[in-house]
Design a binder for this molecule. Structure first.
Ligand SMILES: Cc1cc2nc3c(=O)[nH]c(=O)nc-3n(C[C@H](O)[C@H](O)[C@H](O)COP(=O)(O)O)c2cc1C
Length: 358
């Protein structure tokens, strides 16, 4: 048993489809009667949100539901999320989140973002008016867990839900990204393949609002002159600038992946040296993909902006990076504010030539 808020336990919770909410089990609420109810929920990094949706219920006003009356009398609750439908008992696991619940009315802070997250998780909510109904928000105080909560052998889940589910996200809720999750994400970059195993990359990671604002302003000045050079109208320039600046300023975290060429082999001829650099760039792409997939696996979302490539020295200067760190991209990171449209892919046969023996 583990007692604290364990990031691995919250990751397990974020990834599971449903849970069970126990209310009325605390000791201080005299009028609460213990109740268990299956729930849909989402995790925004701070609170678990449980919608009071329009699935058929015995009472029409959600405030009269037993779970709501219980919470108003006694806010201590527990949510159990489990993986108990496996033949291999070594893979069974559950997490219980212990926390304080509150009823959040539409329009109150966090409600709209939670609705967006719930719609991203459950397509059935796209057509249910959950934005106009109160929701229960549960602030975890501790987690207890048992079993294989950090199971890594779930290959079908990796293929089907992580690789195909990931998409580039450009707008985020304001829920912060826990530092522990950022570490987990960047840690997976380290395991990317690289030429001669030299790991020709470095990563700048920030969650600081002032840093993001400073970077957005510095990069904005470059964009402004580039767009003006391209002959765009002042109005379009201003619009596009504001979109890009806002993306950087409002992402709860950003990662700037940089190339680091100092440890690569040195060749006397330009051609081989260029191939060495290309290998480093290819390898940085692999490191970035590791981070994109890990973020998604952890219930987070990420984007990919190429802009730093076009103003490397500005980014180096704004972030006080060494001259040997060559910024290649900007990866905004957080919880998606909208369910981004899935980009279709070309059919596999358009992209391949097969020469198989069977
Ligand atoms: C090298 C590279 C540069 C990219 N630059 C940008 C960018 O500057 N702005 C942006 O919105 N998306 C950018 N993207 C994201 C792509 O638009 C996105 O991956 C693509 O449309 C497929 O969508 P998906 O990632 O949601 O599947 C970039 C992706 C890559 C690989």
């Amino acid at each position: 048993m583990v007692t604290m808020i364990d990031p691995a336990a919250m990751q397990f919770v974020a990834q599971r489809p449903v849970g069970t909410l126990a209310t009325g089990t605390g000791t201080s609420g005299g009028s609460a009667t213990p109740s268990l109810v299956p729930i849909c929920y989402c995790w925004d990094g701070q609170d678990l949100w449980v919608p009071l949706d329009t699935k058929p219920k015995r009472v029409s006003d959600p405030r009269h539901l037993r779970r709501v009356r219980n919470i108003l009398a006694e806010p201590s609750v527990q949510v159990c999320v489990q993986d108990y439908l496996r033949d291999a008992w070594t893979e069974l696991a559950y997490v219980i989140v212990h926390g304080q619940a509150r009823l959040v009315e539409p329009g109150a802070p966090g409600h709209a973002d939670a609705v967006a997250l719930l719609r991203a998780k459950y397509r059935q909510y796209h057509t249910m008016p959950i934005e106009s109904r109160p929701a229960i928000a549960i602030r975890p105080e501790r987690t207890t867990s048992w079993g294989a909560i950090a199971r890594r052998s779930d290959r079908p889940a990796l293929l089907e839900s992580t690789i195909n589910g990931r998409r580039s996200v450009r707008r985020f809720t304001q829920a912060p990204v826990p530092a522990e999750m950022l570490r987990q994400i960047v840690e997976t970059a380290r395991w990317a393949p690289s030429p001669h195993g030299r790991q020709p990359w470095r990563f700048f990671v920030t969650t600081r609002a002032e840093t993001r604002a400073h970077l957005a302003a510095a990069m904005g000045d470059v964009w402004q002159s580039t767009l003006a050079q391209d002959g765009e109208s002042a109005e379009i320039v201003a619009q596009r600038l504001e979109i890009s600046r806002t993306r950087i300023r409002t992402a709860p975290a950003i990662i700037i992946p940089c190339l680091y060429l100092e440890d690569l082999d040195q060749y006397p001829d330009v051609e081989r040296q260029a191939a060495e650099t290309t290998m480093a760039v290819q390898s940085l792409g692999a490191a970035i993909q590791n981070m994109l997939l890990t973020a998604y696996h952890l219930g987070l979302d990420m984007g990919w902006m190429c802009a730093p490539l076009f103003c490397q020295s500005i980014v180096q200067h704004a972030l006080d990076l060494p001259a040997t760190w060559l910024p290649q991209a900007l990866l905004p990171l957080g919880y998606a504010a909208l369910d981004p449209k899935r980009r279709e892919r070309r059919p596999l046969d358009d992209l391949t030539r097969w020469d198989l023996t069977n």
